[in-house]
Design a protein around this ligand. Structure first.
Ligand code: FES
Length: 107
């Protein structure tokens, strides 16, 4: 099962297993990671699941969609070139070892 490494804003690294097809947000919630709020439950309507994807994995992800991009503009923490909504990233075997950094705040 692919693994995700979440790096919290204060530098903690938390590893979680995520079945293929599970979103990075769902895996974070299942692992009890506080830095992902996910108010809308994964509908790309809240931006409280914002994360920064490690640059080594950016090419492995689908393009940012129009709705995702609009929501990222509304995120509570600074939008960067590595910003994604974690609810829009579905795990694949290819993403094993994915590193995502959590922003300072989600609300
Ligand atoms: Fe709301 Fe991702 S959970 S945008």
């Amino acid at each position: 099962m692919p693994k995700i490494i979440y790096e919290t804003h204060d530098g903690q690294r938390i590893e979680a297993n995520a079945a293929v097809g599970t979103s990075v947000m769902q895996a974070a919630k299942a692992a009890g990671i506080d830095g992902i709020v996910a108010e809308c439950g994964g509908s790309a309507m809240c931006a409280t699941c914002h994360c920064y994807v490690d640059e080594a994995f950016l090419d492995k992800l689908p393009e940012v969609g129009v709705v995702e991009s609009e929501m990222l503009d509304c995120a509570a923490s600074e939008r960067k070139t590595t910003s994604r909504l974690s609810c829009q990233i579905k795990m694949t075997e290819d993403l094993d070892g994915l590193v995502v950094r959590l922003p300072e705040t989600q609300v």
